[in-house]
Design a binder for this molecule. Structure first.
Ligand code: KMH
Ligand code: ZN
Length: 276
């Protein structure tokens, strides 16, 4: 079994300082957070950024500032979001790709998101995928609903691969989309091709630990962080993202599976082998 890749979704677009007072929002805070998470065992950072008012933005300049602060401190894999925040236009969401990040998230289908809708129709996902291919940015297929797997496989069949393997992220527990029941994760994992794929998953809110433990049992990878869950225990806020990383790293090591360093994760994901 490969070493465990822990991805931190440390900022998000929807989490507020009211909900989690220790949410990193400035470039320096995000840089420090990423470094502390890497020390605790994380190898990837799924990056959203905030403007001076703390509101979500997809501004290329704001992403560049955060990436600079992360890079001053750690070699963690940086995966920029193309999801952005609810209601953003495709052009807004595409901006961070202009920085040629190592990876970027890509959701291949529309999903219910609480009372709102995370919109990703065929034209949008095709444009996002083509832009990633053109820039050599490896997508992480961020899946909220089962049909999005089929959409991603169709994209790759039609347009060709965007790397030597497909990396999936199953996001379970968003109200209105698939819940974090173990059977749902099993179904999703079973639905992607056996060869040429790697996967991670995350449980939203109360689903954080159930999804994490199911993933560890299945030999998959894990995403966590304040984008997805702000609590350490029920009703007890996590002090920082690294605290959540540390718990999962400890549990995994106790099971005999070490966490991957960023460079080990690059090898597992074959990031260096991208042909463009
Ligand atoms: N903020 C959500 C609307 C992504 O980063 O690619 C979508 C999201 C997905 O966070
Ligand atoms: Zn995100």
């Amino acid at each position: 079994m490969d070493k465990l890749i822990i991805t931190v979704a440390g900022v998000g677009a929807e989490t507020t300082k009211q909900a989690q007072p220790n949410l990193p929002v400035t470039a320096v805070e995000i840089g420090v957070d990423a470094a502390r998470c890497a020390e605790a065992g994380a190898s990837m950072y799924h990056l959203h950024v905030r403007d001076a008012g703390g509101n979500p933005t997809q501004s290329k300049a704001v992403f560049a500032a955060a990436i600079e602060e992360i890079r001053k401190r750690t070699d963690i894999i940086i995966q920029t979001s193309t999801g952005g925040a609810m209601g953003m236009t495709a052009d807004q969401r595409l901006q961070p790709l202009e920085l040629n990040p190592e990876m970027a998230s890509l959701t291949t289908g529309t999903a219910n998101f609480g009372d709102e809708v995370f919109f990703n129709d065929t034209a949008l996902m095709t444009e996002f995928y083509e832009r990633m291919q053109a820039r050599g940015v490896r997508p992480e297929f961020e899946i909220f609903e089962h049909g999005q797997i089929d959409n991603a496989l169709r994209l790759v069949k039609k347009l060709g691969p965007a790397g030597p393997l497909m990396h999936w992220d199953f996001v379970l527990g968003v109200p209105g989309s698939m819940s974090g029941e173990p059977r749902n994760l099993l179904f999703l994992v079973d639905s992607v091709p056996k060869d040429g794929c790697t996967w991670t998953c995350t449980g939203i809110g109360r689903w954080h630990m159930p999804v994490t433990m199911t993933a560890l049992a299945l030999g998959g990878n894990v995403r966590l962080g304040f984008e997805d869950n702000v609590f350490y225990h029920k009703g007890v806020l996590a002090k920082e993202n690294a605290e959540l990383v540390g718990r999962v790293a400890r549990i995994s090591r106790e099971w005999g599976r070490e966490t991957a360093t960023p460079n080990e994760a690059r090898q597992i994901l074959k990031l260096g082998e991208y042909a463009g």
